[in-house]
Design a protein around this ligand. Sequence first.
Ligand code: FE2
Length: 133
Amino acid sequence: MALLWKDELLTGVAVIDEQHKELFARIENLLDACNQGKGKAEVANTVDFLAEYIKIHFRDEEEIQRNSGYPEYEAHKAMHDQWVREVAELREQLATDGPTVRLVLKVNRTVVDWLTQHILKVDKRLAEYLRSQ
Ligand SMILES: [Fe+2]
């Protein structure tokens, strides 16, 4: 199993960190299914399993932002919404073509790299704001 989580991703906000770890666990499931050459339907199921948790996580994280009057809420939410669309698009491609080499690379870029960069840059800024409240 690919171990994608690293402690440098910790934001210091416990509920967000726990959910981020769960997101990475679900991304690892998806990559494992891809790398084990699982069929289209099974790979699509692992994306559904991830997408279900993305919804929960974004709902909670956005609620924290609204409740704390976070000034960057709108821009932050727009990034979440955009990523949700990209993951849905990727799911369609995986369900149609299966985990081809090209698509697995795309999973790494679209899912793993995006989330890693989002946490490091955008969520850490949110965490700093929450600490300053
Ligand atoms: Fe976020």
